[in-house]
Every structure is written in C-alpha cells, then in structure tokens.
Design a protein around this ligand. Structure first.
Ligand code: ZN
Ligand code: MN
Length: 492
C-alpha cells in the first residue's frame, strides 16, 4: 500500500502486448513480411482483401506462437480456430481482422520477471495469433493520410496477462523481460522503433478510505511504442486516477472502462473513447480457414527445443560466474553473446578475467559498432586466450585492451600479437631485479624517503615503482616490481 494524503492505495496493472513474428511471409498469404520496403509493394489479392480469395495459414507463425506459449508454461489448446473481428477502418481493407476470439491457441501460463533482486511471477491469461492491420501515415506535403498496406497481414502474437503488476516499474520490468524472451526464442526482433512490439497497460487503483476499499475505473492506454512511454504512461495514470477519485469519487461500474492514448509531447494520456464491448465486433468463425489442432508430437518437439530463458540465465551467470546484477545483462541479454561467453569458458578461459574483458573492452567495441559482442570478428578461442594471458601475467589488463583492438583489425592470435609488438610482460625476477638495483642506486634520496614513514614514504615508493616500470617500458610485472622493491628497501 502506498499513500497519498489520507488515502491508501495499491496500483493494479495488466498488460496486453502485440508482437510481430519474424516469419519470412505474412500470416495468410505468401507476401514478404519485411519492414522498410517501398510502401504498398508487398501486397497481393489476399492481404488487399479482394473478393473471392482464400487465405492459407502460415504454419511457421503458429510454431513461433507455440514456442512462446510453451516458454510461458501455457496450456496449449487441442482445438483452436480463427475468427473474424469486424470493424471498419481505413487500415483494414477486408473490413475484418482475422484473430482468435473464444478459443485462443494457449492459456493459463506464467512469466517470471526480476523485481528488486527477486523473481516475481506474473500470470498469463492467454496468447493468441492474429494478423496486423496496415499502417496509416499522417505526414507528407499535402494535408492527407496515406496508407501503407505492406504491414496488412503481418503475423501478430497477442499476449494478455492477469492484473498482477503493482507499479510502473513492474510494468517496465515485464515489458523488458518479454522483449528479451521473444528475442531469445528467435520468434521476433521486437524492435520497438519499427512497431514490432506494442504495449497496452490496463491500469486502475484499489483505494482504501475510512476502512472501505474502492476500485477506480480501468483505463487502457493504447499502442505504446517504448518501455519508457509505458513507464511514464502508468505513472501518469496512477496520479490522474488518484486526482479523479478525490475530485469525483468515481468508482468502477460494469463496463466503464475507457481507452486512452499517450501524448508523448505532453507526457499525458488522453481519453479516446469509453470502452466498446466485444459484441460490437460481431465475432464469428472464419469460414475460409480450417481449425488448428496442434499435434502432441509437434508440441513436444517444440518444447524440447526451448532454450534456457534469459531470466534464469541471468541468475545463473550471477551465481555461477560472479557477474554483478548491473553488468550481467551486458552478456546475457543477447543470446548469441551469452553462448559465446560459455564457449570461451569451455575453451579454457579463466572466468573472472573473461568476464572483465566482456564487460569492459569487448562491450565497448560492440557498442561502437552497434552490434552485439557475438558479432565482433573474434572467435571464442582467441577471447579465451587473451583472458588467460592476463590470468598468467603474460600481459596486464591495459595491454590486453590494446591487443584486443588489434585483434579486431586483423585475423591474428593475441599471443602472436603480444610477441610481435613486444608487449609480453616481464615476469622474470632476475631481469626485474637488475632494473630495481639500477633505480635504487640512481635515487639515494628517494630510497631514504621510502625507508622513512608516512606520506613521504608512500610518495617515494610510488616514485621508485614508476622508475622501474619506465625502465622496463611498461613491461615489468607490477606485482613482482612491488615485491622486489619492498624486499630491497627493508634490507637496505
Ligand atoms: Zn499478400
Ligand atoms: Mn489484438
């Protein structure tokens, strides 16, 4: 319970999420499913809604939805069908959307999300498949709207949760985790800038006043295109509903749910309409499409191919490999990068140094190139070698970073680069001892200071260390220099 004035309240959020599936072709026709092509180029009589055409189901889209449903531990329907959702809008040439109404592909799942370092379970109400509408563009030189039908018929997966999220932060965590999940499963790129994942929170409040609980009317905020917008929209709704309750005392009645839009510029939600009812859409089974009855063998096949989910892999990397909560995402959020890390370990990399190199220079170079670490042109074995070189004291961490840069520019082993560039650290004590003796002989005042106490001692010791390192051109193993200096100063 949170409080505001004399009110105590609890935030209740459920989510509806639409996700484009990364299939080659559209949901019911062979047109390419591709973003960014010339407008109205990827169209055919089926997705244009010409009379007399017959849709054919894309089996791959069903498989992707099935994969997601199984990752969310849903029950898969033995029998599911397609329904027409009828309405008129300029982005919908057929005047109906093919969707799944009363018999969705999957129901009753769960998803775990990280909340305050713990895992929270969010119940999944249903998961179904449908087709996306076309895209309306309200831009250009003339004051008119344009329609791009390339998007019409794109396979769209809709996921609906129970109202289990209790804050804007939790809604954000859910959106972020779901995005990771579908990427891990390889079912969607979930690129939000391209509208491949759209979020719709249903928000209301349970308010306690004078020992009595009230529920505010539910507001559904449509079509949010970023996690930040999701977070801000939920925060805005919480405040708006508190204010409205205090002003009017309005509570939830049957059917007084409203639909609101998000105005990014004003940072506010705006009333669009009081909620329409399902019967307004005159849903009925599509007579052109056969029901879908996923065979148990197929379901088990898909289930057996599921990867470790990102939420669990992140936890394992923290516990098993010592990553911090803050850094673990750098390696785990991209599945191929996490695989690369584990391949480098299998090739014998020492875990701590490998982890350090991933979150420092490998991540930096990947960022600069705008790709995941896994797409850097360096194989796992060489990353393993470089980490081992630091572990064994062949080079120090700074030199390793310099070698990494060269590895990106040429197809060469790090050991070979270190030898060629004369970067191998000197760990031979007798060689270093010679340098230490020379430095001590040349700096009697510093030696005297270093043998004293306090601030002066520290400064002089640092100076002598620096002199030895300089003489070795940075290649002396600093640990050995330190040990030798201490020993010699004690005995001088
Ligand atoms: Zn088509
Ligand atoms: Mn939908």
């Amino acid at each position: 319970m949170q409080s505001s004035g004399n009110l105590q309240y609890r935030v209740i959020v459920g989510m509806e999420i639409h996700i484009h599936l990364a299939t080659e072709s559209k949901m019911f026709c062979p047109c390419p499913n591709r973003f960014g092509d010339e407008p109205n180029s990827n169209v055919c009589p089926v997705c244009l809604g010409s009379p007399g055409v017959l849709p054919v189901m894309n089996r791959r889209a069903v498989e992707y939805a099935l994969r997601t449903a199984l990752a969310l531990k849903c029950e898969i329907a033995a029998f599911t069908k397609w329904d027409r959702k009828n309405y008129y809008y300029p982005d919908l040439p057929k005047n109906y959307q093919i969707s799944q109404y009363d018999l969705p592909l999957a129901q009753h799942g769960v998803m775990e999300i990280p909340v305050d370092g713990q895992l929270k379970t969010v119940r999944i109400r249903r998961l179904h498949l449908e087709e996306d509408a076309a895209k309306l563009l309200h831009e250009g030189l003339v004051a008119a709207s344009h329609v791009d039908l390339n998007r019409a018929g794109t396979p769209l997966m809709e996921i609906v949760t129970e109202p289990d999220l209790a804050s804007a932060d939790e809604a954000h965590a859910f959106g972020s985790e779901l995005r990771s999940l579908v990427r891990y499963l390889g079912v969607s790129e979930a690129n939000m800038q391209q509208g491949q994942m759209r979020l719709e929170p249903n928000v209301n409040l349970a308010i306690v006043r004078d020992g009595q609980e009230y529920r505010t009317p539910i507001a559904e905020v449509k079509n949010l295109g970023s996690l930040r917008a999701l977070q801000r929209a939920v925060e805005f709704e919480v405040q708006r509903q508190l204010d409205e309750f205090e002003r009017t005392g309005a509570t939830m009645q049957m059917g007084n749910k409203s639909t609101r839009g998000w105005d990014e510029g004003r940072g506010a939600t705006v009333l669009q309409r009081e909620k329409e009812e399902a019967h307004d859409y005159r849903y009925f089974p599509d007579p052109d499409l056969a029901p879908v009855t996923p065979e148990p063998v197929w379901i088990e096949q898909v289930r057996s191919e599921l990867p470790e989910l990102p939420v669990h892999r992140r936890r394992r990397f923290v516990e098993q490999f010592g990553f911090s909560e803050k850094d673990v995402g750098t390696v785990v959020d991209d599945r191929a990068t996490a695989d690369l890390f584990e391949r480098a370990l299998a090739a014998g990399a020492p875990v701590r140094n490998l982890a350090n190199q991933f979150i420092s220079f490998w991540a930096m170079h990947a960022n600069q190139r705008g790709v995941p670490i896994a797409e850097l042109p360096v194989p796992a074995e060489r990353m393993a070698t470089l980490a081992a070189m630091v572990e064994q004291g062949t080079v120090n961490a700074t030199t390793a970073a310099a070698i990494a840069e060269k590895m990106l520019a040429e197809d060469t082993d790090p050991q070979a680069i270190a030898e060629r560039e004369n970067l191998v650290q000197v760990s031979d004590s007798s060689e270093i001892e010679k340098l230490v003796d020379e430095v001590l002989a040349a700096n009697p005042q510093a030696v005297a200071d270093a043998s004293s106490e306090g601030k002066k001692q520290k400064k002089a010791f640092g100076f002598l260390t620096g002199q030895v390192m300089q003489k070795s051109r940075g290649q002396a193993n600093p640990k050995i220099v330190n040990e030798l200096l201490q020993k010699k100063l004690r005995s001088s």
